[in-house]
Design a protein around this ligand. Structure first.
Ligand code: NAD
Ligand code: TDX
Length: 333
């Protein structure tokens, strides 16, 4: 596969995926990214300009998308509005990008018969009870809770229908919570790390009992590359690394690794409709494609992530004040 169009490649996971492709293939890469508040040119700085080109544009721009898709061999679709808290305040742009933008890409890959991989989330399955032994599988029923997860669920459904009705060559992956370098400071782990780095107190929603299934972003990128190369057309793969942890434990681990008092945080108003627990079973990906996570030790993955934010203040500092201003409005409601 030679020419790959990566949508959302200036975002957190997309930028890590571009780096993965550069290091593990000889692909030529075009990034299509609108550079919303979440996109960052700086995440692509220093990459080989002979192999990576950034096109600033919207995935819902049908003419631009048609032209770009026409000369690529594959599209890997990361672009999305990705933050649950924002989706509660302004759901319209989630429908616009996640649903209509995905539709626009599907129509273009249909016209040009281009391989498509859709990057989605475990949140489409809703949540699990805290005391439940179950985990999500590819056969779990869709039951999204938030405007964000419902628009991701809608886009998954479009992909499935385009495979069945039009025979497009597509796969889907639904991954659990990612952590690692280049993640926007609005998200849980980088928000707490950067709060400590600027001398603010960390912020926990409610009591912190909610459970997330953490995976290092590099392991997610390796899974996407594998599915793109060897996945069965029409299939859905869950991507997760058996990393269930409750939010309070994650926060206390961050504080401990940063040599802070583990009680040095504020409990703030909980997220409305806050999903209780995500947990997923990645057996299909492991068995069919032989994938396994390389980052098995969460504490050391967290240490590397903390070091990355310590060493890249120029990347995140310009985002921090505006992000915390938005959170202050939320906490004042
Ligand atoms: P992100 O918010 O960091 O990045 C999203 C990128 O998409 C940004 O660069 C943004 O500028 C771009 N974008 C937004 N709207 C666009 C539009 N209309 N046209 C073109 N570009 C646009 O998100 P992320 O965390 O990197 O997530 C990437 C994908 O992975 C999303 O589809 C998300 O649903 C999925 N996902 C994320 C996680 C996670 O833990 N972060 C887990 C599972 C799945
Ligand atoms: O300051 C905070 N305090 C807090 O306790 C923030 C920002 C979050 N939280 C909690 C809410 C969640 O239970 O931490 C948990 C993780 O929150 P987020 O980082 O916002 O992630 P989440 O809502 O779980 O969704 C993430 O994983 C699935 C990504 O943002 C999605 O794009 C992905 O699909």
């Amino acid at each position: 596969m030679k020419r790959i169009l990566v949508t959302g490649g200036a975002g957190f996971i997309g930028a890590n995926f571009v780096r993965h492709l550069l290091g593990h293939s000889d692909a030529m890469i075009t990034v299509l990214d609108k550079l919303t508040y979440a996109g960052n040119r700086g995440s692509l700085h220093g990459l080989d300009e002979q192999r990576v080109q950034l096109v600033v544009g919207d995935i819902a721009d049908a003419n631009l998308v048609d032209e770009l898709v026409s000369y690529h061999d594959a599209v890997v679709h990361f672009a999305a509005e990705s933050h649950n808290d924002n989706s509660l305040l302004d759901p319209g742009r989630f429908v616009q990008t996640n649903v209509l933008g995905s539709f626009t890409l599907l129509e273009a890959v249909r016209r040009h018969d281009v391989r498509f991989h859709h990057v989605s989330t475990d949140e489409v399955y809703g949540d699990l009870a805290l005391d439940d032994a179950d985990r999500f599988t590819e056969d779990s029923a869709y039951n999204p809770s938030s405007p964000y997860s419902s628009t991701k669920a809608a886009s998954d459904m479009l992909v499935r229908a385009w495979v069945r009705s039009y025979g497009i060559r597509a796969t889907i992956s639904n991954c659990s919570n990612n952590y690692g370098p280049f993640q926007h400071v609005e998200k849980f782990i980088p928000r707490q790390i950067t709060n400590v780095l600027i001398g603010r107190r960390a912020r926990l929603y409610g009591h912190g009992n909610n459970v997330r299934d953490w995976i290092h972003v590099e392991d997610h990128c390796r899974a996407v590359a594998l599915i793109l190369e060897r996945g069965t057309i029409g299939s859905t793969y869950l991507v997760g690394a058996d990393g269930e942890r409750d939010n309070l434990s994650v926060l206390q681990l961050i504080l401990a690794r940063m040599e802070c008092d583990p009680s040095d945080f504020d409990q703030v108003i909980d997220r409305p409709g806050h999903d209780l627990r995500y947990a997923l079973d990645a057996s299909l990906l492991r068995k069919e494609l032989g994938w396994a996570p390389l980052h098995q030790d969460f504490a050391s993955g967290l240490d590397q992530t903390i070091d990355w934010y310590r060493e890249h203040r120029a990347w995140w500092e310009p985002l921090k004040a505006e992000t915390e201003r938005r959170y202050a409005l939320r906490e004042a409601i």
